[in-house]
Design a protein around this ligand. Structure first.
Ligand SMILES: [Mn+2]
Length: 356
């Protein structure tokens, strides 16, 4: 596995490239141009700027997360073709600087969703928290306003310009069933996968987080059957999945090691992190250690090791520990600890394999 670390860019992250370089076994950044509006082409000079910054620290820029999908594409509006064309241009430009994987998601309106970004844990740290009953009962507008006003940083998927149109978007999605969303995804893939193939960039869809419908919006990348369906929409090695153990793990019936074994050659990128799921459906993000959460990280790394995984990995989110002030879920310390846990398991498995 090839380790990366998400970085939000110069002036947009509390963490420096020097910090990332010092995390053992970390060879690249997982990046994006966060200031380009969704749907617009990424300018070449801005792409090159990131490459130059990363080159100085000998970090690769192989994985982009995310090139977000314009709502018109997800809604299947006639205007989608223009946005898909822009998307293809961005793929070509990213390929030109050596990018190998583009992570994206196909979640209507919201990206990952939590109720509390700083839920206190018993050890004095804080972490992202999802409260099932609250999401079921609360008006989404209220929740979004609450969260948006409390944020020091703009979070991906929560861009204020997008959330302004929230009521229009909700209205538009009234006509979009799960089946229609699948059709709109297929339409998108049929256009971008040939471009990705031509330019040797793997497209990797991120599962929905949480992996079920919220606020009555359709969600489709939620379990093994649906991931299989996605991979078959366009059956190409360039149409893959970002297998996220934390997102899928919020539903305890998702068997992630099983998915790794089945989809191994279609997982160009993996997020590995732990969450603790409670009986009432709430969940909180925890340290990576298997015994701290509900997701068996040992078994997951073992499955990747077994299939001879050579794709990219990142630790995804972490808790906020040691008083660190950082983007919610994206501190340096806990994610770095997560990386060391993943390498600890991996290196041990390698030793065992060698000694056989
Ligand atoms: Mn993830």
């Amino acid at each position: 596995m090839r380790m990366g670390f998400r970085w939000f860019g110069e002036g947009n992250d509390t963490i420096s490239l020097q910090d990332i370089k010092q995390i053992p076994g970390t060879e690249g950044i997982v990046w994006a141009l966060h200031d380009i509006p969704v749907g617009e082409e990424w300018p070449m000079e801005k792409i090159l700027e990131v490459k130059e910054q990363a080159d100085k620290f000998n970090l690769n820029i192989d994985v982009v997360e995310s090139v977000n999908i314009h709502e018109d594409i997800k809604l299947g509006l006639p205007t989608r073709d223009r946005y898909i064309q822009n998307y293809n241009t961005t793929i070509e430009r990213l390929a030109a600087v050596g990018v190998k994987v583009i992570c994206y998601n196909f979640m209507p309106i919201f990206d990952w969703f939590r109720v509390d970004l700083y839920k206190p844990l018993s050890d004095g740290s804080t972490a992202l928290f999802y409260e099932h009953a609250k999401v079921k009962d609360i008006d989404p507008f209220e929740l979004v306003n609450q969260n948006a006003n409390n944020l020091e940083y703009k979070m991906p998927g929560w861009e204020p310009e997008r959330l302004k149109d929230l009521s229009n978007l909700f209205e538009a999605y009234k006509n979009v069933s799960e089946e229609k969303l699948w059709n709109n995804l297929a339409y998108f893939l049929e256009s971008v996968i040939p471009v990705a193939e031509k330019h040797d960039i793997k497209m990797a869809i991120h599962p929905d987080d949480p992996p079920w419908s919220i606020f009555g919006l359709p969600r489709i990348i939620t379990n093994k059957e649906n991931i299989r369906k996605h991979l078959n929409l366009v059956d190409s090695p360039y149409n893959g999945v970002t297998l996220c153990s934390g997102s899928l793990g919020a539903n305890p019936s998702n068997n992630i090691p099983e998915m790794i074994r089945e989809f191994a050659d279609r997982i160009p990128f993996a997020h590995i992190r732990n969450i603790k799921v409670f009986e009432n459906g709430d969940f909180v993000e925890t340290s990576h250690r298997s015994c701290d959460g509900s997701v068996d990280i040992n078994e997951i790394v073992k499955a990747y090791h077994e299939v001879g995984y050579t794709g990219y990995v990142r630790p995804d989110h972490g808790r906020h520990i040691w008083g660190e002030k950082c983007r919610p879920g994206y501190g340096l310390y806990d994610r770095a600890l997560g990386i060391m846990y993943l390498w600890g398991i991996w290196d041990t498995l390698e030793r065992i394999k060698e000694s056989r």
